[in-house]
Ligand binder design. Structure first.
Ligand SMILES: Cc1cc2nc3c(=O)[nH]c(=O)nc-3n(C[C@H](O)[C@H](O)[C@H](O)COP(=O)(O)OP(=O)(O)OC[C@H]3O[C@@H](n4cnc5c(N)ncnc54)[C@H](O)[C@@H]3O)c2cc1C
Length: 430
């Protein structure tokens, strides 16, 4: 591998952590604060993963920034961690107890001189769908991924930028922070341990044809609702939708949308019941007249979070309906949607007419997309297994569905395992 022609840099580190969501970030910090050198590799132009997209998170119902900001500060203050954003691993080899990795970093086209002054964004003539907000709005081709994103600099989407045919951003930038000629880099990295923390993607709701996603503008997913509810989201926190001009007073949550279903995800994502209760709670707090229906097969709210369920259940305007939703159709007389389910105990058909349907879709591991080089250590649902001796330590939701508090505990364990591997040259799980 060392003869690779385009190689930009060769680096040596103790531990490589792949994925800078809450799992990878926590594991990297724990290992670095214990004195080990860590290289953190993230495919997005920012760190924080899915947690950064949440409006507020249980159990404390605080905004994600309250957890992420502390971790970002720990990261900035620790010279034992190096961060590569816009980067993915192309190859892993193991030789004599050490790993050789080939990492590709795509260009950001914006350097550290960026001050986030916004002048480039104002002149950029091209729009792109904003994937951070699930396409509910757009950004310019040069953009800041989200409020408080770290690293604090813009990035250019090369699929939309007109490069040499435009250059308006370069001309307006008085800090010389934009380089449209930046090239991708290849790094060859030697490491003694690897933690894999590449998290999850929301299950693709367009596969649930009976539930009306993409067919009706007022059917959305639970993660879209997180962005709509957020003051920094596409509607500045107001409960409304693009292409839908009606008031939203009555909302249905469809639990297990594509989960516990052998045609979609056969497992339970474990947090969706609590996520919907959290969302029902914040809608009711911000819109005291809103009425909520939660359709469920059975409710799963474990440990101390059971209190949260009891609290939600005591709200007279939140109704729980036992029944798997069979279909969502549009009313023939107005904009409203009809949700139909059959009570799984009594067999009675339930029908509710609502303004908005939220599909509680589950978490699918990014590793189910067969990201190389993990084929031999993922299970039939795409989760990373930790019961092998390949030496790659899985951590966070790419190992199995869980909430943030459990992810953080698991990350500490993963850091400990990696440290033992570095110290003892073990290269394995134990
Ligand atoms: C609707 C909803 C609401 C939720 N609300 C809550 C809540 O209120 N409280 C709570 O505790 N939990 C909540 N959760 C769960 C929470 O989102 C997860 O526990 C958390 O995101 C897991 O973090 P993670 O780091 O494992 O994964 P992620 O957040 O997915 O982070 C993974 C990181 O890895 C990066 N990555 C992916 N692939 C690669 C690659 N090949 N190379 C490099 N980097 C890569 C990603 O870009 C990302 O930054 C909710 C989940 C849902 C679906």
């Amino acid at each position: 591998m060392s003869s690779h022609k385009e190689l930009s840099e060769q680096l040596k580190t103790d531990i490589v952590v792949v994925g800078a969501g809450i799992a990878g970030l926590s594991a990297a910090l724990e290992a670095a604060e214990t004195g080990y050198n860590v290289l953190l590799i993230e495919k997005n132009p920012y760190i924080g993963g899915r947690v950064a997209q949440l409006y507020e998170y249980f159990p404390k119902l605080c905004p994600p920034t309250c957890g992420l900001e502390i971790n970002i500060r720990r990261l900035r203050e620790n010279n034992k961690i190096s961060l590569l954003t816009l980067s993915v691993i192309k190859q892993i080899n193991k030789e004599n107890g050490t790993y050789q990795l080939l990492v590709q970093q795509n260009p950001r086209y914006v350097n550290n001189r960026c001050t986030l002054c916004d002048e480039c964004v104002k002149v950029c003539p091209v729009s792109r769908p904003n994937e951070f907000n699930f396409g509910l709005d757009t950004t310019r081709a040069i953009y800041y991924p989200y409020n408080n994103a770290y690293p604090q600099k813009y990035v250019i989407d090369e699929n939309f930028c007109r490069f040499e045919n435009c250059k308006m951003c370069v001309e307006v930038c008085k800090y010389n922070a934009i380089d449209l000629n930046e090239k991708k880099k290849l790094y060859e990295i030697e490491a003694k341990a690897i933690i894999w923390a590449t998290g999850w993607d929301p299950y693709d709701a367009s596969k649930l044809e009976n539930l009306g996603y993409r067919k009706y503008p007022n059917v959305i997913t639970n993660m879209m609702l997180e962005r709509i509810a957020s003051p920094t989201g596409p509607t500045n926190g107001v409960l409304k939708l693009p292409n839908f001009d009606y008031p939203i007073d009555e909302i249905a949550f469809v639990q297990c949308a594509g989960s516990r279903d052998e045609n979609h995800l056969e497992y339970c994502s474990s947090i969706c019941c609590l996520a919907s209760m959290k969302q029902a709670h914040y809608i009711r707090t911000n819109y005291p007249k809103a009425k909520i229906h939660i359709f469920y097969i059975d409710l799963r709210a474990s440990g101390i979070l059971e209190d949260f369920y009891t609290k939600t259940k005591s709200d007279p305007l939140i109704e729980f309906h036992r029944g798997k939703v069979a279909k969502v159709t549009k009313s023939s007389s107005n904009h409203r949607l009809i949700v139909e389910a059959e009570n799984t105990l009594t067999g009675v058909l339930i029908q509710k007419e609502v303004d908005l349907v939220v599909l509680a879709t589950g978490m699918q591991p990014t590793t189910s997309k067969k990201i190389i080089p993990l084929d031999n250590i993922i299970d039939e649902n795409g989760f990373v297994r930790n019961d092998h001796n390949d030496g790659i330590i899985g951590c966070g939701v790419c190992v199995g569905p869980k909430d943030v508090a459990t992810v953080v505990q698991e990350a500490t364990g993963a850091a400990m395992k990696a440290i033992v591997n570095v110290k003892e040259g073990k290269n394995g799980n134990f």
